[in-house]
Design a protein around this ligand. Sequence first.
Ligand code: UGA
Ligand code: MN
Length: 296
Amino acid sequence: MCYLIEFVKNTDNKQTIKPWEQLLELYPGLNEPIRESWNDPLSIRKIYMITPTKTRAEQIADLTRLAQTLYLVPNLFWIIIEDEIKPTQRIHRLLQSFHLPFVHLNIATPDYLKPTQNQSTWRRPRGMFQKNIALQWIRSNTNRNDDALVYFADDDNTYHWKLFQEIRKVQSVGVWPVGLVGELLYERPICLNGKVHSWFHFIYRKRKFPTDMAGFAIHLNLIHKYSNYIFNVSATSIGQQESQILDTMTTQDQLECLANNASKIYVWHTKTQIMFITAADKLQKAGITYDLISEL
Ligand code: UGA
Ligand code: MN
C-alpha cells in the first residue's frame, strides 16, 4: 500500500516574530506563573506537539482556537499533519498567519478506513496514520539526546495554558486527568505520593492504561529509543492505542503524576458540534453560487 506523503517544511529558523516575546511586552505579568515553577524561563524545555487534522467544515475554526491557545505557550514546536493527499493552502495560510514554529505534513487515511457517519467511530483510525508520520518526522529531525517532550494534541480539544507547564515537568512519562471523556466528567489516574495507584474510569475496553491520548506526555528520548514504534491501525487496536504506546515505552510504576497529583483538569476532550451546511446544497441545486471568501 502506498499513501502520498508530502512535506512542507517551515521550521522556526525563518520566523522572526516571536509571539510569546511580543505577548510578554504587552502583558509583563504573564510569565509570573512560569517563574514560580521554573527558576530560569529561558531554560524552558521544548515541547513537540503532534496534531492530526481532518478536513471538515469546522476545521479552521477549531484550529484557530487551538493556535490562539498556543500563543500562550513558549518554546513549543507544532507538528501538524493533515489527513489529505497533499498539504492544503488553506491550512498552510492559517499556520503562517500565526507565526508559531511549525512543520506542516500530510498523509491521507485510506478511504476504506475512514470513519463514516453511521459507523461506530471508535472502530476506525482517527488521526493515527498522521501521528505515525509525525513520529517518523521527530525521529529524523531531532536528536535522540535532546531534552524535550512529545505530546499528542487533537485539534478539537481544549487546553489550559497550565497544561504545558505540567508537560515540561515530565522526566520520562507524565500523566494527568482529562475532562469530558469516557462518558464521565473526567477520567484520571489516582495517585499516591506522585505515583499511579489506579485509574478512575468507566469505559474499560481492556485498556491497561485507561487514559485518553490527551492525558500523557512522553520524553523525546523514549520516542527515539522505541524507534520502530508506530500506532497500530487495525480495528481491534483502535481503542487500545494509548495503552499500547504506554505499555511499550513505560510501566505503571514509572509514570509521573502531574497536575497536582492528578487533582487538576487542564485538558478537556471537547467535541465541536458538526455543522450541517444544508442550505449550501439547496443553493447548489437551485444553481446559485455564493461568493467564495478566503478563510484567512
Ligand atoms: C480520541 C483521542 O483523543 C484521539 O487522540 C484518538 O486518536 C482517538 O480518540 C481514537 O482513539 O481514535 P476523538 O475525539 O474520539 O479522539 O477523535 P477525533 O477528534 O475525531 O480525531 C482525533 C484527531 O484525529 C483529530 O485531531 C482529528 O482532526 C484527526 N482525524 C480524525 C484525522 O486526522 N482523520 C480522521 O479521519 C479523523
Ligand atoms: Mn476529538
